[in-house]
Design a protein around this ligand. Sequence first.
Ligand code: CA
Length: 271
Amino acid sequence: MTATLADQLSYARDMQAMTSDDKTDVLVVEDDPDIGRQVAEGLRAAGYLTRWCRTGAGALEEARLSAPRVALLDLGLPDIDGVDVARRLRAEHPALLIVVLTARSDDMDVVIGLDAGADDYLTKPFSMTVLLARLRAHLRSRPVVTAAAVMELGALRVDATARRCTMEGAEVDLRPKELDLLVALAARAGEAVTREDLMAEVWDENWFGSTKTLDVTMAALRQRLAAAASRSGTDSPTITTLRGHGYRLEIPGFAGTEADSPSGGPRRWTP
Ligand code: CA
């Protein structure tokens, strides 16, 4: 894995794209010392903040501690099977980009890895150029989650990391996309959020299909929030449709109402 001119140009682009405080954090999980070192060094040279773990248990622990944006995961680990590690990482870190590094070229293993929650895979041996190009492509199409992990809006509590939503402490059962949508709206409670932004954040930046899926998911989310509010005897948060623009999440007597907001404006959270 020697640095070619193409590598160096990609490194330069990566370096340019990042300021020191917005470096992408990559967790490399690889027990092979040579591959691990080469990948970690290549990523660092490309401007990524890089951590390297040699075991599955170490990776799960490190991911909990440092909440990386990307995990490069070898499937053949000494302690836990990489597929199980992928499954657990996916369950604990929904927004994590997981790229599986596998010596197993067998199609079935790749399918199992992707089913376990991996976003992509690379078969060994791979070049640093290809790895960096894949990362750039994935990171472009996946905006950084800017929502705080836990958002409390009156009786409504949204935990983006644990992927839970409660109303007055009672669990609100939401489907994955409904929760994603609520997280996106709650992160900007009291503010207008455009349909385009929601489509990009909740579905895919490169979504060219019908936005009917947004309407359907929005209707279901409204219904579930209203049902939960009525069960807990609280006022329901409302999602107001702003015609030709988007939506705004309003919490009764809370977000966007200056008198009730401690900061004197729409409530905000620090990530
Ligand atoms: Ca290995």
